[in-house]
Design a protein around this ligand. Sequence first.
Ligand SMILES: [Ca+2]
Ligand SMILES: [Ca+2]
Ligand SMILES: [Ca+2]
Ligand SMILES: [Ca+2]
Length: 321
Amino acid sequence: MIKAVLIIAILGLMTLNSLGQGVPAPEENIPFLVTFGNEAPKKYGDDDHCQTFFFSIPKTYTKPFYIRIFDPETGGENDERVKNFNTTTLFSFYGGKGCISEQDAREVDPMGQFKSGNLLYKKEFGSDEKYDNKWTTIGPFNAQQGEYAEQYFGYIFKLICEGTSGDDGNLYRYFLSTSPNENIPVPGGNAFTFEYTFRLHKSHKQISHIYPFVDENVISVKQHNFDGDDDGELKLFSVRSKDVELALSGDNESAESVYNINSREKGTSLDIQIIKSAKDSPNNNLVFYVTNQYGQAMPFYTIPIGGIPKYKGNLIVKPTK
Ligand SMILES: [Ca+2]
Ligand SMILES: [Ca+2]
Ligand SMILES: [Ca+2]
Ligand SMILES: [Ca+2]
């Protein structure tokens, strides 16, 4: 069974390799990650002023890599201004032992030892034209500086963005690149998080996707979202299901719903779609995470493991045992 899951996962990584490692990825159709300054109220759509992303580098990649951040500062273009821009955010990047194996690193809230591992880089950004609306590069780094975790498909690194002052929203994106000057994907690389705080598109025509990965131990999943502003519908698709309605939260509210996993869905990703309402609505930020039956947070990969799930109806699939 584990072997089958791994084979599916590797095939998925290979076929989707060409899609690159933008965070958010084009397949997610999410315009920006968001982190607010620590003086912003939760109702702006960020419950903890902190976002953690992990990057995985496969064993097969032995050259240096870079992390690129688009618009790391909070000012000028892209960002959400509340009165004057007065926000600083701290980006810190970790590898080494404990980077992901430390339980606190995999929680949905920043707590305890969530900054586990070796600190490889940190920099605080305020409002600065020099970094506005453009890419900034950190690195080079080597895979061996990460923490190897087979379960997460390679050497793992962790990038934390924290709102250290102010009340504005920092909107930004990441790219895992082989180049310091442009966005060139690391072959077989990926990125994932256990809690996602992001901006939805303004336009009503948009559908955003997130892809939680269901490993062989998962029996049921519970999706949790905060501050969805009742902005449309939330639906789940998988190899077995389509159009399953999930609860989407209102303004400054939380919502959750449970979905039971079928054996056919193990080793695949789910496709949770946020289908925007009929009206355009700017500045909708929300928080999303998914837990398994033990209450453990599950990873969402920007490049879905096993590929984007395609509904296969009532097709009989041979058990993999
Ligand atoms: Ca900006
Ligand atoms: Ca402000
Ligand atoms: Ca920004
Ligand atoms: Ca919101």
